[in-house]
Design a protein around this ligand. Structure first.
Ligand SMILES: [Zn+2]
Length: 458
């Protein structure tokens, strides 16, 4: 772990500032960082071996204390007395979102080991608006915080800077530090939050007043902010980095943020019911799976693993949540498997996260695919601020647009061609113009919505 001299941990011993002796909570966090610092450089095989040791412990726990899983594990041939193999693991059926929704208490552990700390409960609406209840432990929260800190350290953030956060349920507040886990270890600069419900005008005025070094929000909101600033020539002079979370990343976003504010974008991939799944590589735009916390499979329709460059469904197993383990959980997102990273980290690479599976476009022959995302980069060259593709029928697709001005016939023609290529069929494109395109349930924006997707129960 590389800590700048300005970010030496806070000492708990009076009269001693350096080297610091942190208090026990901070020391535990640093001890975990020490291990994460080592394990990120292990080979893929070494990481997998340790994951399967932890997986065996998790499955044994699930076997003993959750009847729902005991039946599944028995049927797959799992035996707590022998090490779990990839073959046994792959025989376990996938756990779908609708099963988690209907299983209720059946997925909860009855005897939580004391050292995992207290159980907590949460609820997530997801983009569909159908709530999903989940539980975790103090230990699973601790792992999540350790990965938050890893993200900061990977991207060498200056903890003395000011952090601005715009998200749902945030309220308008200013606090004196970045909050846990950073403030647990280090003295930090201030943080300010604003609710995502504020208009773009209000958000921009707030950002000009706050002058943050770092800005964290959802990709669609950042895109609107950056476009607004570009259009009005507004600079955010102190801003050093934009951080995004919570939605499929829009490939046009990086270019727009560079143009508007001259800053890079760093994305994270997480889910409330799982925690962090992948963090952006410090040197590249792709993601590294957080193998110390989750076992990720990217699977083809036939259930086999995707090769590099192939699109498949994300299936995630959280390795440390003993209150409500999610084992082979089909999270509903599509992703492209990446090749090993030149940065040297052995953590597997996800090239791109494409978003929700229910947003696949259905062609008239019944086949489904995710539109090639090349169209998003075209937004840069056309006066388009926001676009949403809504498949209405097997022949018709509505293109909702928020534009700076009406498109010229040439631009319209160009967009038609790009969209037909991306969609893979000459759909009738029905353009509608809007002041803004509202977010879905849970405050998330979706680029693509299919109203005719094959019914996938969720
Ligand atoms: Zn890397």
């Amino acid at each position: 772990m590389k800590i700048a001299p300005s970010a030496v941990p806070r000492s708990s011993v009076s009269g001693i500032v350096w080297p610091a002796l942190p208090d026990p909570g901070a020391a535990s966090m640093l001890a975990m960082q020490y291990q994460l610092e080592q394990s990120q450089w292990w080979t893929a095989d070494q990481l997998r071996a340790q994951q399967f040791r932890q997986l065996h412990a998790l499955l044994t726990h699930a076997w003993k204390s959750i009847p729902f899983y005991q039946e599944r594990l028995k049927a797959a041939g799992f035996d707590p007395r022998t090490a779990v193999t990839p073959e046994t693991f792959s025989r376990l059926p996938l756990l779908h979102r609708h099963e988690v929704q209907t299983a209720g208490e059946a997925l909860l552990c009855r005897q939580l080991p004391q050292e995992h700390g207290q159980k907590y409960e949460g609820k997530t609406s997801g983009s569909t608006g159908q709530p999903l209840r989940y539980s975790g432990t103090q230990y699973s929260l601790f792992i999540g915080q350790a990965l938050t800190l890893r993200d900061h350290l990977w991207h060498r953030r200056d903890f003395q800077g000011k952090l601005a956060v715009i998200r749902t349920h945030a309220g308008s507040t200013t606090i004196t530090n970045w909050g846990s886990p950073v403030s647990l270890l280090f003295d930090t600069g201030p943080a300010a939050t604003l609710d995502i419900g504020a208009s773009i005008n209000t958000q921009v005025a707030w950002l000009q007043e706050q002058e943050p070094d770092y800005l964290l929000s959802y990709p669609s909101n950042i895109l609107s902010l950056a476009n607004h600033c570009l259009e009005h020539g507004i600079k955010l002079h102190r801003l050093r980095e934009v951080r995004t979370l919570g939605e499929a990343h829009n490939p046009a976003l990086r270019a727009v943020c560079r143009k508007a504010w001259g800053v890079p974008v760093v994305d994270v991939y997480s889910a409330n019911e799982i925690g962090y799944i992948a963090l952006q590589c410090p040197e590249h735009e792709h993601y590294h799976v957080q193998s110390e916390s989750v076992l990720v499979e990217i699977l083809k329709e036939d259930g086999t693993s995707c090769q590099q460059g192939e699109i498949g469904k994300m299936v995630v197993t959280s390795l440390q949540n003993y209150a409500m383990p999610l084992i082979r959980y089909d999270i509903g997102d599509l992703a492209i498997a990446g090749e090993p990273c030149s940065c040297g980290r052995g953590l597997p690479v996800i090239k791109c996260i494409l978003g929700r599976q229910r947003n696949l476009i259905t062609l008239p022959d019944g086949s489904q695919h995710y539109p090639i995302t090349g169209y998003l980069s075209w937004m840069e060259f056309l006066p388009i601020r926001q676009m949403q593709i809504v498949q209405k029928s097997l022949q018709e697709v509505e293109i909702k647009l928020v534009t700076e001005r009406p498109l010229t016939p040439e631009e319209q023609e160009k967009l038609n061609r790009v969209l037909h290529d991306s969609l893979g069929y000459p759909f009738h494109l029905n353009y509608t113009y809007h002041q803004n395109i509202p977010r879905g349930a849970g405050g998330k924006f979706e680029d693509i919505i299919s109203e005719v997707s094959r019914e996938v129960p969720r």
